[in-house]
Design a protein around this ligand. Structure first.
Ligand SMILES: Cc1ncc(COP(=O)(O)O)c(C=O)c1O
Length: 475
């Protein structure tokens, strides 16, 4: 019977019989005691199921003569769906709508200099030559039809090659997703339920926070230091609670840019094995190193099959493609595919274009080009940030990924700064999106890969001006 209380099964059975007409309007329901015996449940269970049906107006008691199936209430003359009460039936819990806030910036402020979005920008689109592949895919008739729910087989083969690790040796161990956000949604819904605990770094990628909060999960935060997640604190946490999984962005973490050291990776895997807790590794920035290659992924070090690996083409190529993938042991991939079947969502056309792009070996040179470019852009942005240290602003220089995570001068309000900057023509992401508590906090995140050199310089000059103004006003 799963985790639903017994009365909901009785309630659902009766409700179905009433709504399907099997129990017609006016029919008499058996007395509580008799029905309890018939169904082999307690009388209290029946009382609870009856009271739910009564509250819905499906049945009503008549003095001294039992309960009868009621006629449905007359339809009001002006029918209007009450969306508010309809939506409360779903699992969604209130959480800040950060994803929409950030993604709609360019619709609301089309000319803004955009340090908010985490992507490679229009210039890198031209560099990538991806549009040629999309055009070629658009000429193939098979692009317009369904492909396997698990993902285009050829693309899955390319992904196995791309990963190049013994842990992922077959296309059966891959499921293509509509971006890694969908991948994370599938994994989270599969592994945990409302009320369950999960562990994540804090701060962390806002899309994961919004997802876990909306699904009603209890988030246990673990801080980071220069070497990534404070794995030493995890054992203490596990002594007190049993999270369903550990979500981590160990490589060029969003938003801090930090990378978990090899030693800590090993420790984290050992903890996962000791307590039997799966690790969800989100590796969105792995291939975007500005200097050296990062340490091996957790999946590559995983000897027991405890790691579920997520990656995406949104950062290597472009988010509008909406292609990501999950890699893991075959049984979990099968479950994920079953769940995914309920939405059949990834575009076949994008998958064909990408499979050919990879087959032609175009991805590696593209990454070499853009990472060189991104390194220049990071240096440029840093040259504009450096003088601001004297006013109390602080940051680390990232070794990969897309972002500067910046702490503002003492007392400066990040949201207020953001609003003023938006008015002045430059946007960025406010640090509160990456944290659990919404209280005033001193961080902002600047993406250095979306804008080219000229607009970066212009945006930074606006940001500098607004920063000085705000500092002046707060005296
Ligand atoms: C760590 C991380 N995971 C997942 C995503 C979502 O990517 P996708 O576009 O593939 O859904 C992002 C996007 O910013 C991210 O930073």
């Amino acid at each position: 019977m799963g985790r639903n209380p017994v009365y909901t099964h009785v309630y659902n059975q009766l409700r179905y019989k009433i709504l399907s007409g099997e129990l017609p309007i006016g029919s008499l329901l058996p007395p509580e005691r008799k029905l309890a015996v018939q169904l082999g449940v307690s009388r209290n269970t029946i009382v609870r199921a009856f009271s739910e049906l009564e509250a819905e107006g499906l049945i009503a008691g008549k003095m001294g003569s039992g309960r009868y199936v009621e006629a449905l209430p007359p339809t009001p003359s002006l029918t209007r769906v009450d969306w508010r009460s309809q939506s409360t039936r779903s699992l969604l819990h209130p959480s800040p709508s950060h994803m929409e806030e950030i993604l709609s910036i360019t619709d609301k402020y089309p000319h803004t200099i955009n340090f908010a979005h985490g992507d490679g920008g229009k210039y890198t689109l031209v560099q990538s030559r991806l549009t040629e592949y999309v055009e070629a895919a658009a000429k193939r008739s098979s692009s317009y039809f369904f492909t396997s729910v698990q993902g285009l087989p050829e693309l899955r083969e390319r992904l196995v090659e791309w990963m190049g690790i013994p842990q992922i040796s077959s296309p059966d161990q891959i499921c293509v997703t509509s971006g890694s956000q969908e991948g994370l949604y599938l994994i989270a819904t599969l592994l945990a339920r409302q009320g369950d605990c999960i562990v994540t770094e804090m701060p962390t990628y806002f899309g994961s926070l919004q997802l876990f909060q909306s699904l009603g999960m209890q988030i246990i935060p673990v801080p980071l230091d220069q070497d990534g997640m404070r794995v030493d604190l995890l054992e203490g946490i596990l002594a007190r609670s049993r999270p369903r999984f550990i979500y981590t962005v160990p490589t060029f973490h969003n938003p801090t840019g930090r990378t978990l050291t090899l030693a800590r990776r090993r420790q984290l895997l050992a903890i996962s094995e000791k307590y039997g807790i799966p690790i969800v590794e989100d590796d969105a920035y792995r291939h975007l190193h500005l200097e050296h290659e990062p340490p091996p992924s957790l999946k590559q070090l995983d000897q027991w099959g405890n790691v579920i690996y997520l990656n995406t083409f949104s950062k290597m190529l472009f988010p509008g493609l909406r292609i990501g993938w999950i890699a893991g042991s075959s049984p979990i991939i099968q479950y994920i595919t079953r769940l995914r079947e309920l939405t059949i969502s990834t575009s076949t056309l994008s998958q064909f274009a990408l499979a050919k792009y990879m087959r032609d070996g175009a991805l590696r040179p593209h990454l070499d080009t853009v990472t060189r470019l991104y390194a220049e852009q990071a240096r440029l942005m840093e040259s504009q940030l450096r003088p601001l240290r004297s006013m109390g602003l602080d940051y680390e220089v990232p070794a990969g990924g897309f972002y500067f995570w910046i702490s503002l001068p003492e007392g400066m309000k990040a949201r207020q700064l953001m609003e003023r900057c938006m008015e002045a023509g430059v946007s960025f992401t406010c640090g509160d999106m990456f944290l659990l508590r919404e209280a005033e906090q001193p961080y902002i995140r600047l993406c250095f890969t979306h804008e080219g050199a000229e607009r970066t310089l212009h945006g930074m000059s606006i940001l500098t001006r607004v920063l000085y103004q705000q500092k002046e006003d707060s005296r």
